[in-house]
Design a protein around this ligand. Structure first.
Ligand code: ATP
Ligand code: MG
Length: 253
């Protein structure tokens, strides 16, 4: 059974078919990248998968369960996590408090949500573990908004891993990062265990080819090409769409 199955998914904004009749599957443990020019419908697809947006038609099946109309909360608890294209931290809180809040939000027992953050030893230990594993522990006292952009992205990704998701959705995880930071995030994603299935949107082809096993090219809300990295590299349509850009396949509309 595929981990995620997308069947004939469409969404319209007025007259615009932002996503049109999209179908694909992701197997457990797979790393799949979605590429495509600006406005191709990549983020809209993520919004449909995570429940931020309801489709006009089509279905989303996750772990064999029909989740097309399930809430964001229900999907998170089924094992989906998402890191946003635009950062979604609590900017005026410390790194540590962000970790506590992020972890608390993933706890299954709802009454725990009402416990004071600093009176929960298990939560504090989990936050320490999370921050240490992502080399952010030394920055725990810093206010999130004062961190360098690259560190903020790193924290955001750490938080999206807090729920120990089965499926991690990453929307342009290296966007705005320096070359060194991009290489670091690429290595981190590549090093995620096979228990975590990764679906990511990326313009950065070093990231795509460094992480993905399979690539989907979206164009005008549809799948224009699909294949392994090698197949995508040599695909004429990919070249046509991105003509003139050797490394970064974005911003080519
Ligand atoms: N809430 C919305 N209302 C109206 N139109 C929208 C909405 N969200 C997205 N769109 C439009 O749908 C199309 C697809 O947008 P989307 O954000 O999915 O593109 P994308 O592939 O993620 O692009 P980028 O690479 O720039 O992030 C665009 O034309 C966009 O303007
Ligand atoms: Mg987008």
């Amino acid at each position: 059974m595929a981990l995620l199955e997308v069947r004939n998914l469409s969404v319209h904004f007025g007259g615009l078919a932002a996503v049109h009749d999209l179908s694909f599957v992701i197997e457990q443990g797979e790393r799949l990248a979605i590429i495509g020019p600006n406005g191709a419908g990549k983020t809209t697809t993520f919004n449909l998968l995570t429940g931020q947006l309801k489709p006009s038609s089509g279905e989303v099946v996750f772990k064999g369960e029909q989740i097309t109309h399930a809430s964001v909360f229900a999907r998170t608890h089924l094992g989906m996590a998402r890191s946003f294209q635009i950062t979604s931290l609590f900017p005026h809180q410390t790194v540590y408090v962000n970790a506590l809040i992020g972890l608390q939000g993933t706890q299954r027992s709802r009454y725990r949500m009402f416990r004071p953050l600093f009176k929960d030893k298990a939560l504090e230990m989990a936050a320490q573990e999370l921050l240490e594993s992502t080399e952010l522990w030394d920055l725990r006292g810093e206010i999130a908004s004062s961190l360098a952009y690259g560190q903020q992205r790193k924290l955001e990704m750490a938080l999206s891993l807090a729920s120990k998701p089965d499926l991690l959705l990453l929307d342009e995880p290296s966007c705005g990062l320096t070359t060194t930071e991009s290489a670091d995030i690429t290595a981190r994603i590549a090093a995620l265990g096979s228990m975590i299935t990764v679906l990511m949107i990326a313009h950065d082809m070093d990231l795509v080819f460094g992480v993905a096993e399979r690539v989907i090219l979206m164009h005008y809300g549809e799948i224009a090409a699909e294949g392994t990295c090698d197949e995508i590299r040599s695909n004429q349509m990919v070249r046509d769409i991105y003509m003139g850009s050797r490394k970064t396949l974005g911003h080519a509309r």
